[in-house]
Design a protein. Structure first.
Length: 289
């Protein structure tokens, strides 16, 4: 069966068909009209297309800037959410909705939510700072005021460290960004420092020679920068020397402990006295009067 409206439009004169279509476009449902709805749909499609273009442009710019992958993903999600909100406001405004009141309601709601989750938001802000500034990356060994270990994971709210004792520590990003961060891995090499004590009766040249011999027998010590042995202080019962050498970060602990063993062995071989805190008591007998 033919549609009556279609039949009417086909049989009507051009002027009457145009007036009929114009009347349909002006037909209202409350404050809405068919024309307003169609224009709003067209505006919605235009905004969505423009939003996709802006997202592609932002993606391209972030890729060229060398931004971290996680940071790029978070930023694109935020931009996408913002574009959706702007699209909703624009379309609502074209339909005659009081956008000013809607923005006020959204602002009050956002303020209430932000006050309820302010600690989480501070951690998120800290995570953004960490991802932008990159004080460390995955696999780096870092020391912070909250703990130290190898970086296992970086999220927007927490950073996870694996400690040398096999524990996993979750540190809030807000505390990390507010404190000192020491990265032991970023340069690829690390310096070890030992303090050794020798007797006053041992010549500095002999002590220095024994220490350098010990370092020469220690594996994984880098020749450049060259190891150093320097006299640093005169103690109450001994002279203090600092032993310094460089090694690759991954070899640091092996060289650190092995060098201590070699220093003790070299001192024994060369007759250098490794002193320790002790008390000498001298008993003096009074002579006959």
């Amino acid at each position: 069966m033919d549609n009556p409206t279609t039949t009417l439009l086909e049989n009507a004169e051009p002027e009457s068909a145009a007036s009929l279509l114009d009347g349909w476009m002006k037909a209202g449902w409350g404050k809405l009209t068919a024309g307003n709805i169609l224009s709003a749909l067209a505006l919605l499609l235009v905004c969505l297309a423009a939003g996709r273009g802006l997202l592609r442009l932002a993606d391209r710019l972030m890729s060229r800037s060398g931004m971290d992958g996680r940071m790029k993903s978070y930023a694109l999600r935020g931009i996408k959410a913002l574009l959706y909100i702007l699209t909703a406001l624009i379309v609502a405004g074209s339909l005659g909705v009081d956008v000013t009141s809607l923005i006020a309601v959204v602002s009050v709601f956002g303020l209430a939510v932000s006050l309820a989750v302010q600690d989480v938001l501070s951690n998120v802000a800290g995570g953004m700072v960490l991802l932008f500034s990159k004080p460390f990356t995955l696999g780096d060994y870092v020391s912070t005021g909250e703990g130290e270990g190898e970086v296992a994971e970086i999220t927007l709210t927490h950073t996870k460290l694996d400690t040398p004792s096999g524990q996993r520590v979750m540190l809030p990003n807000s505390k990390l960004t507010a404190g000192q961060i020491v990265n032991y891995t970023v340069r690829g090499i690390r310096r070890a420092d030992h303090t050794v004590a020798a007797s006053y009766s041992d010549r500095p040249e002999a002590v220095r020679g024994a220490c350098l011999k010990a370092l020469g027998r220690t594996p994984n010590i880098l020749p450049d920068p060259a190891p150093q042995v320097v006299l640093t202080a005169y103690g109450e019962s001994s002279i203090e020397y600092h032993v310094r050498f460089w090694t690759k970060t991954e070899d640091y602990w092996d060289a650190h402990f092995r060098s201590l063993e070699e220093v003790h062995r070299a001192f024994a071989e060369d007759g250098v006295t490794m002193t320790y805190n002790h008390l000498n008591v001298h008993i003096v007998e009074d002579g006959a009067k």
